[in-house]
Every structure is written in C-alpha cells, then in structure tokens.
Ligand binder design. Structure first.
Ligand code: NAI
Ligand code: MG
Length: 372
C-alpha cells in the first residue's frame, strides 16, 4: 500500500498537458503515492449533463487530496446548445464544477502564492513575494442568482428602502446575484492569513475589501479582521479598498506580503498579482478545507493550445509543491521549488511565453533532472 492516495483530475484542454508534466515530476520525486484518475469537465457536461459526475466526488472522498488540471466552461446558452440532444429540455443546468467542488468539499481557503523567481523575464519586479488568501465558498460566487426575479424575492427585498428605485422595473428586466458573507467564513479565511503570516514571519496582513460602499458584507470582513488582528500583535493589519489595491499592486507590490479577501475580489487581485510574476503560466493555487485539499494551476483549459504541450507547466508544478507542503512532505516540496527556480534562473529550457520553444514535457524533464 502506498502512503498517499491522490486523485488526478486532468479535465479539459491543457489541463491534460500540464497533468502529464506533473506526473514526470512526481515520479522523479519518488513520492510514495497511488494516483487515481477521475472524470471532470466539458465532455461530461455534454455527454451526461453533469461536468462533475457523482463518481468523481466519491473518488475524492476516498483519497488524501486532489491534483486538478483545468476545465472548459461556457455561458448558459452555449452550454445548453452543446448538451447531448437526448438530454436537451430535461432541466439540466451547467454549474461550474470547480466552484461546486470547493463548496461540496468545504474547501474554504484558497491560497495563491505570487513569487517572482529571479531570471524570469516576465517579472514586473524581482522582489515580489506575496500570498493571497481568498475566501472560497461564499461571497458573490455563492451561486444564489435570479433572472427573472421571482415575485416572492422582490417582495422580500422591499423591506429595504433602496428597493423603491426598482419597483417599476419589470421582473424580466432585472437580474439579482447575492453576495453572502458569514462570520464563520470571514473568521476562517482571516485566521488562515494571520496564521500563515505568523508561521513565515511576515510583517503585515492586508484586508482587501470595499467597506466604504459595500457596508454590510465588506464591513463584516473588516470588523472581523480587526478582531482577529488583536490575537496577532506582532503582525500589522492594513486595510485597503480593492480598487486602490489594484493600483498599489502595480506600483509597490514589494511592500505587500499577505493579502486576504472575499471570493470575487480575491479572484481579481489573484490574477493581477499572477501577472506581476510571469502570468498564468506561473500561478499556482491550493484549495484547502479542514479535511481535504485540492491543488490546481489557476489558468483555464486554453483550448487553442490543447494537446500541443506548448504551455508553461510551472503553474501546475508549483501547485504540486503546495500539495507536498500540505501532505507534510516539506523536504520534497523545497527540493521541487529549488529545482523549478534553478531552471528558471538558467533560462535555457523555456516555453513560448518566456520566448522559448520547448515543450511542457521538456520543462518537466529539465526540472526532474535537477531533482534527481
Ligand atoms: P485560459 O487560462 O485558459 O487561457 C488564456 C490564455 O492565457 C491562453 O490563451 C494562453 O495564452 C495563456 N495561458 C494560459 N495558461 C497558460 C500556461 N500554462 N502557459 C502559458 N500561457 C498560458 O483562459 P481563457 O482562455 O479565458 O479560458 C479558457 C477556458 O478555460 C474557458 O472555458 C474558461 O471558462 C476556462 N477556465 C477554467 C479555469 C479552471 O479550470 N480553473 C480557470 C479559468 C478559465
Ligand atoms: Mg480567476
């Protein structure tokens, strides 16, 4: 029996390319693990009306953690059009499998490191080393949405005086997406951020919200942030509005070490930060819950490059590093990160995004050589 059981969900498009690269690395690291492949993504939506089949959730429940590639998803109308004709009009609705996984498995903490590895020509600066903690299960991505708005919902909203402005609008001409924060989820993401800052001796935690306008939800996060900060007197609490944060991230990214935010704002500042250290080819992430965790590059399935082994596998390989840390295999994690860093520094073997023409697998092989 292997020490670990790891579910591998390559998904769609380049999810498969980068998963193959990850396997080269895991073999070189000699991790004592069994890898079990599972189904997820657009093909399963088209054929079964479900991009995240129940058998996949069962598989995850019987493993220690999951390595995930990427999936394709498309807007409502296109999703329905591509559904197998025998399933049309049967009430199937497409729902993002990755969002569902985060919610079903209660993966409340999304952690996204953005570190500039010296030698990467795409670095905005070489001294950026920040980590974003993004609440992963609620906020604006909670999935409670209406169009048209049901009468009962509109009636309920009339308790708020600001609804007067919408009383004459036809229910068909309005859409509603709910932004729900719970105190528990705010505390949980804030705690993860502060604990990380304490463990790695980071000087500050910045709460990124917009409480001057979104007074109740962003307000709850800020108020809980101030409470949480009292337990970590050695760490400075900074509060920044999300729009200003985008500006500061371009101007002085080296001043920030730990950022914490709700689901959608966290999503946005993560992509911005990723671009500061080389873009989607370098952006790794961990989705962590109390009992399970899933690791994925933050890029999507990049359909135009699918199967060409052209894309940069580094985002996926750094996600493997996060997985090794989660499993407590810190030595292997460091070995992997150092090997990745040294291949970037040498700059001899590189994918198209860095101006090279090596394949995803050649990058993985070069890193594997350093590991061995
Ligand atoms: P994308 O991330 O797939 O690709 C955008 C562009 O970024 C690519 O065309 C490519 O130029 C570049 N890129 C992405 N990954 C790269 C890598 N590893 N190395 C080098 N360059 C890379 O985003 P896009 O095109 O907006 O979405 C494509 C599909 O992926 C959509 O169906 C979208 O819904 C889905 N998606 C899935 C995500 C996930 O699985 N977590 C996340 C984001 C998008
Ligand atoms: Mg995103």
């Amino acid at each position: 029996m292997s020490k670990y059981k790891i579910a591998c969900l390559p998904g769609d498009g380049i999810g498969n390319d980068v998963m193959d690269a990850a396997m080269i690395i895991l073999e070189a690291l000699n991790l004592d693990a069994e890898y079990i492949n599972g189904d997820i993504g657009w093909e399963f939506w088209k054929q079964e009306g479900n991009p995240l089949p129940d058998r996949t959730i069962e598989l995850l429940k019987n493993t220690d953690c999951c390595l995930f590639g990427a999936i394709t998803s498309k807007p409502k109308e296109e999703a329905l059009k591509e559904l197998n004709p025998s399933l049309q009009d049967k009430g199937f609705t497409y729902y993002s499998p990755i969002v569902r996984l985060r919610q079903t498995l209660k993966l409340h903490t999304n952690m996204r490191p953005c570190k500039a590895y010296p030698g990467n020509p795409l670095n905005h600066r070489d001294d950026i080393d920040l980590v974003i903690f993004r609440e992963n299960t609620e906020g604006l991505y909670v999935g409670i949405e209406f169009h048209p708005i049901p009468n009962g919902i509109k009636d309920a909203l009339t308790v708020h005086p600001k609804m007067k402005a919408f009383m004459d609008t036809d229910l068909n001409d309005m859409a509603l997406s709910c932004r729900i924060f719970t105190r528990g989820a705010c505390q949980s993401i804030l705690r993860a951020a502060f604990e990380y800052a304490r463990k790695f001796k980071k000087p500050s935690v910045t709460v990124v919200e917009k409480p001057n306008v979104i007074r109740e939800t962003s307000g709850l996060m800020i108020r809980e942030g101030r409470e949480m900060a009292k337990k970590y007197p050695e760490i400075e609490l900074w509060e920044t509005n999300v729009d200003a944060m985008c500006m500061w991230l371009l101007k002085n990214p080296q001043n920030y070490s730990v950022l914490v935010s709700s689901n959608m704002f966290g999503d946005i500042i993560s992509d911005l930060s990723a671009q500061l250290v080389g873009g989607l080819g370098f952006a790794s992430s961990a989705n962590i819950g109390d009992e399970y965790a899933l690791f994925e590059p933050t890029h999507g399935s990049a359909p135009k490059y699918a199967g060409q082994y052209k894309v940069n596998p580094t985002a996926m390989l750094l996600s493997v590093k996060l997985m090794l840390d989660y499993l407590g295999e810190n030595e292997l994690a460091s070995k992997l990160e150092n090997s990745i860093a040294s291949v970037i520094k040498e700059g001899k073997v590189k994918t198209y995004d860095l101006g090279g023409n090596n394949t995803s697998l050649e990058i993985a092989e070069e890193i594997a050589k350093k590991i061995r």
